[in-house]
Design a protein around this ligand. Sequence first.
Ligand code: FES
Length: 319
Amino acid sequence: MSDNDHNLVIGRIDLLAKGVRRLTLTHPDGAELPAWTPGSHIDLHFSFGGMDFTRQYSLCGHTDDSRHWQVAVLHVPDGRGGSAYIHDNLCEGGTLRVAGPRNNFPLAPASNYLFVAGGIGITPMLPMIAEAEAKGADWRLIYCGRSADTMAFLDDVSGFGADRVVIQPSDTHGRVDLADLIAHADPATHIYCCGPESMLDAIEGGCADWPSTQVHMERFSKREDDLHQSSNPFEVEFARSGIAATVPADRSILEIAEEAGIDVESSCQEGVCGSCETAVLAGTPDHRDEVLTDDERAACKTMMICVSRACSGRLVLDV
Ligand code: FES
């Protein structure tokens, strides 16, 4: 277990909305947990059916509560099984292996924020709103969902008032016009969006002319289009061990590193969590992750080796 791993106790489980459970995690000795910032997530590790699983969840509690971490988990019946396991098998008093926290979705300093949340995408917005409030920033939240009974934390956010928060259950209020919202936003606004793919795509389209540094997205999983990108083989050298290998078209750098006995941290294996970020010493990465910003991609200093590949024929990595 690394310093980043913790065995935590599930102190409490609350049903927040239809299909949404909140887990409150504590240290077994009641000790303080590592500090975190708004936008951070943790990895929950568990095993079932003879297989190991890791799932990422945004921390949604209070950053100044150093003895509890809270995550809210949506039950996805046709998902990959992780949320069903969490809903059906975890009990108060049980333990969980947890890694993190890690922040790939940090809140940039700004005077003006537009938070757009879809469904369980509300979770990272809660600590962001708390920070925006604490700093006296101007902010608005657009919170969309299928129906009010599926939308967690409604009481928490509606308490800020209708001039700050728009609650938009689509069954009674229809869909929000995101393009119109963006068109009327103050140009200095930083937009934060977390929700389903269609919502992220709409925000991305509406913000095509905005500086990329002001548009911040968190994806639950890799984009559908990215799953079908073609790949070529290339050479990789792991500088610390001097091991060199070919990465075939159908395998990842991470797989090749693990096969060579090189210890690399990883979690989601989809390019969304940031845990396998690796420094690039030579060569040009073909970035295929959802973590790095445009500027970070252009700098070519690091890459997510679970999904990203090489534009050049050879990469040298600092592992
Ligand atoms: S393992 Fe999550 S980004 Fe690579």
